[in-house]
Design a protein around this ligand. Sequence first.
Ligand SMILES: Nc1nc2c(ncn2[C@@H]2O[C@H](COP(=O)(O)OP(=O)(O)OP(=O)(O)O)[C@@H](O)[C@H]2O)c(=O)[nH]1
Ligand SMILES: [K+]
Ligand SMILES: [Mg+2]
Length: 462
Amino acid sequence: MKKGIRGGGPCTRQGSGAPAPGSGATIFALSSGQGRCGIAVIRTSGPASGQALRSLTAPRDLPPARKACLRLLSDPRSEEPLDRALVLWFPGPQSFTGEDCAEFHVHGGPAVVSGVLQALGESAALGLSVPGLRPAEAGEFTRRAFAHGKLSLTEALAHVEAYIDFGEDDNLEEGVLDQADSEVRELEVALGAHLRDARRGQRLRSGAHVVVAGPPNAGKSSLVNLLSVWSGGGAQGRVGRKPVSIVSPEPGTTRDVLETPVDLAGFPALLSDTAGLREGVGPVEQEGVRRAQKRLEQADLILAVLDASDLASASSCNFLDTVVIPAGAGSPNGSSQRLLLVLNKSDLLPAGGPDPSPDLPPHLLLSCLTGEGLDGFLEALRKELAALCGDPSTGPPLLTRARHQHHLQGCLDALGHYKQAKDLALAAEALRVARGHLTRITGGGGTEEILDIIFRDFCVGK
Ligand SMILES: Nc1nc2c(ncn2[C@@H]2O[C@H](COP(=O)(O)OP(=O)(O)OP(=O)(O)O)[C@@H](O)[C@H]2O)c(=O)[nH]1
Ligand SMILES: [K+]
Ligand SMILES: [Mg+2]
């Protein structure tokens, strides 16, 4: 029954000459197998389907939607009876193609079938009451179904396979390939987005890397301690954690990277305090600066801290130029590193005075000393983390399992092979591999569903 795929030969990946979908014409075709069978199904698709149905069953009205009714079919021109048949009316968009469709289930003898097909064709030729009715091109029903979004990707792949396996007769479903190409492109985009989500899922499980950086004495360690206490529940009245970093008025207090696991608004994070970034210092502090810079590169989120009352200093300007501005303009390595700019020590500014830095990139004013601006800062932080980790309550489903990631990547690779395949057999094989990966993610059901489609639409193996 199954012939297996063909290699090379005339079977190249070229589209059929079938008209573009949605050209407005109403098409008809025998959609069950040719030859002797108990019941033959003749389908129409397009705006004149209702009229076609009425003209063959005159003087009766359209049957109720999607209900099989027994009707006497007769030739609209000669009024000669053709057959007693079951007819079905599928008003679009709830139909196979998405357009108005009609089905005639006639007794399968060749005389009856050709009589009905002829009647449909003649009614068009005579321009009786059914304008624009013509025989369907090969694959045209499927193409229309695609055009109206009626075929899922799995179905599309099944159609392509069916074409390879069974399409050696005249009923070539070539048009389906163009559609499969565009479906594959869409799928590639969607898979790429899901794979990027995979990193977000990892962050959600193991914590985002949040690195506090800035020039010396900006108040980085003060902010780390504040967050650490707050995340320990201090702000909610529970017992706070002990401060972890040494705070002092002496610039260059923090010399090493200090890590604290914290829970920020429900998001796990690894918070790193770092040495103040400056040049021209002794070897120990220099090493601290080197480590700070290394840690910055690994950050998912940079909390950039400046002293709001010291924005014009060389170290502030240098930090803005080398860290803040480049991150704002999109990180150099194209990663999804984010940055939140905090102007600390707002208590040192004149009360209610103008923003000291209207020219800076978007920023928040905060005082670690008085707690002023803390709520706004925490809310901004929560948003950043939600963007990084994916908000489980609102975001897209996260890929948290490595197995999913593996199969998505496998599918994406196979789609790449599909696009490069010069030969239809290789293209189909790539699609099989791609679909195999997908069904392993979605779990079961795939093969049965696909066989269903093959048998329904291609009437193979009756
Ligand atoms: N007025 C005021 N002083 C602050 C504020 N935050 C921190 N300070 C003070 O600023 C000084 C430096 O604070 P740190 O937290 O040690 O600053 P740092 O950025 O970690 O400094 P280094 O580790 O030396 O780079 C300390 O004396 C803090 O008490 C604030 O919001 N307002
Ligand atoms: K300090
Ligand atoms: Mg410090």
